[in-house]
Design a protein. Structure first.
Length: 305
């Protein structure tokens, strides 16, 4: 199988698993969102250390110890991703799957705005059009919900911030996840010990199946991340950019078809505007990439309007 095709399959697998997360977290009830988050932190570390052990990849520890800036960035990333994980788990288990999907639909537009505000990047007209449509969709959904879609906005901004920090740190997926979970290990363990002491922990008190599912939270965190890394090194970013919509589409379908969340016409209108914004954004990105490739090859690009 060609390496590029293998990369696409890895990418599809990663985003499909992320998209099906709304089916997993409800299985962990009666554990609360914070308890699930703490278990996810602890068992993610165990899973990623197992991956590193199989790969016999330990030399990076010494290099990382001598780079305090990267360690600080990864510690900050750990805090940001814990917010993202916690809000997402709460949203799914509280019946806000559709709104959480909205957050990941909005995320590419948030990343574009970060590029403008932080890196002083200049947007092309069609990119501004996509951002404007995204803002309009948020207004429509605010009217529909009777409040701003806070869950979606927190998820979009926190994940966009996480990606920004990881880009600045420039550390491999397994290595960065190891550092991030090490940073989160102490508070996570402290919280789990506190629950156990209070007699309110569900781990070990709801049967072996429930305990296995809590342990599995680490596995389902690590595996898609490994698949994503395998995809990222094999296929162009434009392909990754298109594949990323698999996750929120599946999340949205889980919310509508499985959780049977209410979708009044005004909410459909808001999502339709978001989808239009993403279609414009993706089309513009592909068009620009095609023009750039033709220019690099010395072939005149076709006149576009």
């Amino acid at each position: 199988m060609p390496d590029s095709r293998r990369g696409v399959l890895y990418g599809i697998a990663a985003y499909a698993m992320w998209g099906l997360f709304p089916l997993y977290w409800p299985l962990l009830k009666p554990a609360g969102a914070v308890e699930i988050l703490a278990h996810r932190m602890v068992w993610s570390l165990v899973a990623v250390i197992a991956v590193l052990a199989v790969r016999r990849h330990w030399s990076w520890f010494r290099e990382m110890a001598g780079q305090p800036r990267k360690l600080l960035l990864l510690a900050l990333a750990a805090v940001v991703v814990s917010v993202n994980w916690g809000v997402y788990i709460y949203a799914v288990n509280a019946g806000h799957v559709v709104e959480s999907a909205l957050g990941y639909f909005i995320n590419p537009l948030v990343s574009v705005l970060f590029g403008v505000m932080i890196f002083r990047e200049r947007l092309r007209p069609w990119q501004w059009a996509a951002v404007g449509l995204g803002a309009l969709a948020v207004v429509v959904l605010t009217v529909d919900y009777g409040r701003p879609p806070w869950i979606a906005l927190v998820l979009a901004v926190s994940f966009g911030t996480y990606g920004l920090i990881k880009k600045s740190a420039n550390v491999g997926a397994a290595e960065s996840l190891t550092v991030e979970t090490l940073v989160l290990l102490a508070p996570a363990l402290a919280y789990l010990i506190f629950l156990q002491a209070q007699g309110t922990s569900t781990f070990g008190n709801e049967g072996p199946g429930h305990a296995a599912l809590l342990v599995g939270a680490g596995v389902v965190t690590a595996i898609p991340l490994m698949c994503f890394t395998a995809a990222a090194i094999r296929v162009p970013l434009t392909v990754i950019g298109l594949l990323q919509y698999i996750a929120p589409i599946l999340q949205f379908l889980c919310g509508v078809l499985v959780a049977h969340e209410t979708m009044p016409p005004s909410r459909w209108a808001g999502f339709a505007i978001i989808w239009l914004a993403l279609a414009v954004f993706s089309w513009e990105g592909l068009r620009n990439a095609h023009t750039t490739r033709r220019a690099a090859a010395g072939t005149p690009a076709l006149e576009t309007v």
